[in-house]
Design a protein around this ligand. Structure first.
Ligand code: ATP
Length: 435
């Protein structure tokens, strides 16, 4: 790249941003100054937390619901506006249980620990940091918010339940000092779906707050508010409605709506035009492409093979649902001969990862006397997945599909031709027979 090319990139980016007055209102990580609705969920959380004023707070509150339903936002908004100390951590970046502990420590200003230092010493440090924080502020309640709590349970070798147990023990230790701590877990799943030990379940109780998906009109209110603050010119309401409709197709998702609004603004900015419905539609495909590329580039070689196996079967056979065993066979065909295969069991876990990342959906189906088995279906375009996984290999799949389709077409043509010929040769006979 030379200076001229860089100048062009800078110009394009400025153009892209030209229609915004303040893009920070379209940042999904920012906690807004005001919240649309969600009074009853906020009240429930305040009820749980403020019960410390009467001497007892529940050790754990589980917040759960669909993505983009405002869980993280409401938890942070409530914590920021009450007299308490809190630490908000998103586990998304952690790969192990120990990594999760390190994320908490780092959020509290402590350098990362090495695995060899062990989880017990990590918890001793955490206890000290929490006590110091409460002493410094004079507050009596510390809230530990653990977002994307499910990540903890992806660590098959670690002991997620033990991690939660240690946190609950910490709550009890603080209680003995007349200080309080509440763990707030945030996830798409209900707590009972996690594999927690009985000793943990009996201690944490069942304090849950469910966040229902937003309705289309809730989403519209949220983006109307953001659009007013972030764009230089007013956006037509039918464009905002289109954006809210798309973001509520599956379930009301405020995050998706805000992302769509920002991306369509960037596309319209490059074209130097006002945002229209077309820009929203283009943003839909651009975001999907970006999301898939991020997931796939972050996945292991075997994860990409699992994606490729599902894409190939879907694309070549024009079929939706595929069993684990068919997908495993496909995986074995695609994998390069010099690479060691993963086991069938590990492969089925990988298919679950595919579902968790939103690339596929699954269902359980009866196989008669062979019990029940899982079936998987791609939720995005196979061409997009195939190309993102193995761009050198995918064209050969497209080519083989083309050959297969051509062969089917020729067969059909041949059949109709031979039938036509037969008709013409026996035309009179058919006619005489009234056929
Ligand atoms: N009630 C609301 N009022 C204003 N903005 C909201 C509201 N609910 C959600 N948002 C905005 O929508 C986006 C997504 O919200 P949030 O991250 O809280 O959802 P979530 O339920 O935690 O999603 P996920 O499960 O995917 O983490 C954020 O930009 C947030 O500011």
């Amino acid at each position: 790249m030379d200076k001229k090319e860089l100048r062009k990139i800078v110009g394009d980016v400025r153009k892209q941003n030209s229609i915004f007055s303040n893009k920070s209102f379209l940042d999904n990580l920012m906690v807004p100054n005001s919240i649309v609705g969600r009074e009853s969920e906020s009240k429930k959380l305040v009820d749980y937390l403020l019960s410390y004023e009467k001497g007892l707070v529940v050790p754990l509150v589980s917040i759960y619901g669909r993505s983009g339903s405002g869980k993280s936002t409401i938890v942070q908004f409530v914590c920021e506006n009450l007299d308490l100390d809190f630490c908000y951590v998103n586990f998304r970046k952690a790969k192990t249980v120990f990594g999760c502990v390190n994320l908490i420590l780092s959020e509290m200003g402590h350098p990362n620990l090495k695995n060899a230092q062990g989880i017990n010493s990590a918890f001793l440090i955490l206890e000290r940091l929490i006590k110091e924080t409460l002493e410094k502020s004079g507050n009596s309640l510390f809230v530990l918010c653990l977002d994307e709590f499910d990540t903890l349970f992806y660590d098959k070798r670690g002991k997620p339940s033990d991690f939660v147990y240690k946190l609950v023990v910490l709550v009890e230790k603080l209680r003995a000092l007349k200080k309080h701590m509440c763990i707030v877990t945030i996830s798409n799943k209900v707590l009972s779906e996690f594999n927690l030990d009985d000793r943990v379940i009996s201690r944490i109780g069942a304090s849950e707050i469910y966040f229902d998906s937003y309705s289309q009109s809730d989403v519209l209110k949220i983006i109307r508010n953001r659009a007013k603050k972030s764009f230089l010119k007013k956006i037509d309401d039918d464009v905002l409605q289109h954006c809210a409709n798309i973001s509520s197709e599956e379930h009301g998702d405020a995050r998706r709506a805000i992302d769509l609004l920002r991306t369509s603004g960037e596309i319209a900015g490059i074209e130097n035009k006002k945002i229209s419905k077309r820009h929203i539609d283009e943003a839909v495909s651009q975001l999907q492409k970006n999301q898939i590329t991020t997931i796939i580039s972050g996945g292991s070689y075997h994860f990409r093979l699992a994606c490729a196996a599902l894409s190939r079967l879907t694309y070549v056979n024009d079929e939706g649902w595929h069993s684990t065993s068919d997908l495993f066979k496909q995986y074995q065909q695609i994998i390069s001969s010099d690479t060691r295969q993963i086991s069938y069991r590990r492969f089925s876990e990988m298919l679950v990862e595919l579902v968790n990342s939103g690339i596929a959906v699954s269902k359980t189906e009866s196989r008669g006397r062979h019990g029940y088995g899982s079936q998987f279906k791609l939720s995005v375009d196979p061409d997009l997945i195939g190309n993102s996984c193995f761009p050198d290999w995918w064209p050969s799949v497209v080519e083989s599909k083309k050959r297969k389709d051509d062969a089917i077409r020729s067969m059909k043509a041949l059949k109709s031709l031979s039938f036509g010929r037969r008709r013409s040769r026996f035309g009179n006979l058919y006619g005489d027979l009234g056929l």
